[in-house]
Design a protein around this ligand. Structure first.
Ligand code: G1P
Length: 243
């Protein structure tokens, strides 16, 4: 299975830290944030990785990660010309992933444990999509899952009044049908093609499964969560890398 790491975005919420550098190169623990996603891929047995990023930061990103050799991986780059959202960026992976199922990681997401078990579950699932849910105290910051019984019936992006505490974390597993579904979604009110709309299409088809994520998870996109991620990895990085 191949991995796609989405490493674009302006990181506006972290200005001025991100005025001259990519959010994904800010230190988290002892390494740049992006390295965490690459190491997660490697730990999960994924050695072929596509990094999708923006034109203004692709140089810095390539300088930081190189060919992937130092991680035991082979890294390819693609540039998303305009910031039109996660789903739009993912379209750039179509040729790279071809017929295969693949995993997508958002590069500002930090996970306590290896994602390997969830990938194994997805391999058994074989087709459709699989997402990971985590119960959090501040669901309105994320895509929130409406759950009935043991089913996710819909996902709402950043609702003001969330219907549950279960949010969609930045790790998605897809089959090649995802590209057709992305092309069917419309641009949202925030001017983006939302990955949540794509996942809702899988729900309508009855092809979206989920696992509950075990362990800590941090979306390091704000000052306080960046600080939290930094402290967490400083304390735990050695454990994570040895999993
Ligand atoms: C994105 C997704 C959201 C998800 C989150 C996880 O939000 O749109 O559904 O819960 O990543 O980090 P964004 O970080 O683009 O605001």
């Amino acid at each position: 299975m191949k991995g796609v790491i989405l490493a674009g975005g302006s990181g506006k919420r972290l200005s001025p830290l991100t005025d001259y550098t990519s959010k994904l190169l800010l230190p988290v623990g002892k390494e740049p944030m992006l390295w965490h996603s690459i190491r997660q891929c490697y730990l999960a047995g994924i050695q072929e990785i596509l990094i999708i990023t923006s034109a203004n930061i692709v140089g810095q990103i390539a300088k930081s990660v190189g060919s992937g050799h130092k991680f035991g991986c082979s890294i390819t780059f693609r540039v998303q010309e305009y910031p039109r959202g996660i789903a739009d960026a993912l379209l750039l992976a179509e040729e790279y992933t071809g017929e295969e199922n693949f995993i997508v990681l958002l590069a500002d997401n930090i996970f306590e444990y290896s994602l390997h078990p969830y990938i194994q579950e997805y391999k058994r699932q074989k087709k459709g999509a699989r997402i990971l849910l985590k119960s959090v105290a501040d669901p309105q910051r994320f895509g929130v899952a409406n759950i009935e019984g043991s089913r996710v019936t819909s996902i709402v992006e950043k609702p003001q009044t969330p219907s549950s505490h279960y949010v969609v974390v930045g790790c998605y597993m897809y089959d090649k049908k995802v590209y057709e579904l992305i092309r069917s979604v419309k641009v949202s009110s925030r001017g983006e093609m939302e990955i949540t709309d794509v996942n809702n299409q899988y729900i309508i088809k009855g092809e979206l499964a989920f696992s509950e994520l075990v362990g800590n998870w941090i979306d390091a996109g704000t000052f306080s969560s960046l600080n939290e991620a930094n402290l967490f990895l400083l304390k735990n990085n050695n454990i994570i890398l040895k999993q």
